[in-house]
Design a protein around this ligand. Structure first.
Ligand code: PLP
Length: 479
């Protein structure tokens, strides 16, 4: 035995001896029931006092790794492996439960899991149906996607310059005048929200949101320790400006909104409401995040974007190709004041070195060639047909149990039941019948009246079957 403790180590002699003995057992050199050398021999070989050996052995006996038999020395105990395995393997449960990122709500975890299963009717999915994705055109267009060696290297912090030029031109159609330097590419709108929470806020900052809100279903701000304040737009006694003033904390605040084709309600904020929001936020120095991922899918004319009405650089605008072209491309963008965009781009570089170069080149080609807008024009028509189809079913069957607004575009109908029946039990009951819904409580924890119906994903046949099953399940709950 040649090993000796290292007197210059940062570990104590005692700890080194304990570790050394454990190491002999773990490596199999000392299997279970091995008799250890005597304490005297160990002390001599290691050049330490016998009492140091006694203490180390006592610790290992107390842990159940060694056992002593009176008058017969020390042995590797039966249980040593069980104890050592716990010692070797990290306590993942503890790591998971103590980390800063919050887990998804269980209902959302179930939605994410069941969405991938065969034979499930997805009545709430916020995604284009496979029939609506332009797969064949996209495939053909790949041949014309320009690729140079430079394009497929790491891109600039703000993303491909050509794509930002194309987006700058595209944004003018939305009334937004932004130079390529004030635009950055992100891996989907959700990443924009994450970067904003990391780069522009400190824990304890206030994030205002509308109730109900998409943010409750993804929680990028909640996980970063922000204070989330839900505002009730319908409250006539306590108007929005008063709610903002009374709830604004001492730290920074942000206002997150989806003013055009809101998720989950599908509503569109009027021009007056937009002006009022800009005014009150300007007065309170609260930046606004305008999440505009659905605007291209409006069936009629919509009011101008908040960003186009913004003369003071108070709005951060977020767009995405997920709802129009392909969620798998993971291409979104943020438009805002240059110092803010520089800051977000710096964080993005620290996070992932930029979004996929291939996706950026595809997005650029689709914008520059006109394919993107051509596709959206057709998509809008198809979504309108789907919306009419679902509304017809609702008119036929749901009038006595629910109310809803005529969809103005996008994917969703915010169905309100007359009774508060939309709870976890209803969700699970439908799941047993292979029908997946997005219950209102994932967008507002107190809401048991609403279901977010999506006419974008399921086939016509599935929509009809699913809505019939849903109707029966609700009717059973009311009788
Ligand atoms: C309002 C809103 N913002 C952002 C996103 C996320 O979009 P992306 O796929 O671009 O990250 C969604 C997707 O459901 C959404 O509905």
């Amino acid at each position: 035995m040649e090993w000796k403790p290292n007197r210059h180590s940062h570990l104590t002699i005692h700890q080194q001896i304990v570790n050394w003995i454990k190491q002999r057992i773990q490596s199999g050199e000392w299997p279970i029931h091995t008799k250890l050398p005597t304490q005297r021999k160990l002390a001599e070989a290691m050049g330490v006092n016998r009492s140091t050996i006694v203490n180390a052995i006592e610790e290992l006996v107390a842990d159940g790794i060694l056992s002593t038999r009176v008058g017969d020395g020390t042995y590797v105990s039966n249980n040593s492996w069980n104890v050592l395995i716990k010692d070797i393997h990290p306590d993942w449960e503890k790591h998971i439960s103590s980390s800063i990122y919050e887990p998804n709500f269980q209902t959302i975890q179930l939605i994410n899991e069941y969405e991938q299963r065969e034979n499930i009717i997805r009545l709430g999915t916020g995604e284009l149906s496979p029939d609506l994705l332009p797969t064949a055109v996209l495939q053909r267009s790949l041949q014309n996607v320009p690729l140079t060696a430079r394009d497929i290297g790491y891109s600039e912090p703000k993303g491909s310059r050509q794509l930002r030029h194309a987006l700058s031109r595209y944004a003018t159609k939305r009334g937004i005048h932004a130079t390529p330097d004030s635009i950055m590419i992100v891996s989907g709108a959700l990443q924009a929200l994450q970067l904003i929470s990391l780069g522009l806020l400190e824990p304890g900052s206030t994030v205002f949101q509308e109730a109900p809100s998409y943010l409750n279903s993804v929680r990028p701000f909640q996980s970063a320790g922000m204070r989330i304040v839900s505002l009730d737009k319908e409250n006539r006694d306590n108007r929005l400006p008063d709610q903002i003033i009374s709830m604004k904390g001492k730290k920074q605040s942000l206002f997150y909104t989806v003013p055009t084709l809101h998720n989950p309600t599908g509503s569109i904020m009027s021009l007056d409401e937009r002006r009022e929001l800009l005014q009150i936020c300007a007065y309170q120095q609260i930046p606004i995040i305008e999440d505009d991922v659905y605007h291209g899918l409006a069936f009629g004319k919509t009011p101008p974007s908040l960003k186009s009405l913004d003369s003071d650089g108070q709005v951060l605008y977020i767009g995405s190709m997920s709802k129009t072209l392909s969620p798998g491309l993971r291409i979104g963008w943020v438009i805002g004041p240059e110092p803010v965009i520089d800051r977000l781009a710096d964080i993005k570089m620290q996070t992932d070195y930029g979004s996929s170069a291939f996706s950026q080149q595809i997005a650029r080609h689709w914008l520059e060639s006109g394919l993107y807008e051509e596709h959206i024009d057709q998509l809008r028509e198809q979504l309108k047909r789907r919306a009419d189809f679902v509304e017809e079913i609702l008119q036929l069957r749901y009038n006595s149990i629910a109310t809803w607004n005529k969809p103005a575009g996008g994917f969703y109908i915010w169905l309100r039941l007359h009774e508060p029946l939309v709870n976890k039990a209803l969700f699970l009951k439908l799941l047993k019948q292979n029908v997946l819904i997005n219950p209102g409580y994932i967008y507002d924890a107190k809401d048991f009246y609403h279901i977010r119906l999506s006419y974008a994903y399921a086939s016509f046949e599935q929509l009809e079957t699913g809505l019939n099953i849903l109707y029966e399940a609700i009717a059973e709950g009311t009788s």
